[in-house]
Design a protein around this ligand. Structure first.
Ligand code: SF4
Length: 62
């Protein structure tokens, strides 16, 4: 999976990191999400899909 975040659009709301904290983190300096790990297990990939579906801006891409 090629996971990416459109950082110009991210508002740092924290939804993605609440859903999968092992995959998404918060860049404290920028106030935006960062990708810690793109996810490998089935469970992680399911959580990534949930984060994509719940991002209010729709700025997570795979
Ligand atoms: S859910 Fe979307 S807008 Fe919110 S922090 Fe994550 S990537 Fe940014």
């Amino acid at each position: 999976m090629q996971l990416s975040i459109n950082l110009d659009d991210c508002i740092g709301c924290g939804v993605c990191m609440q859903i999968c904290p092992d995959i998404f983190g918060l860049d404290d300096n920028e106030g935006r999400a960062v990708i810690i790990d793109s996810g490998k297990t089935e469970d992680e990939l399911e959580l990534v899909k949930e984060a994509i579906d719940n991002c209010p801006i729709g700025c997570i891409n795979e």
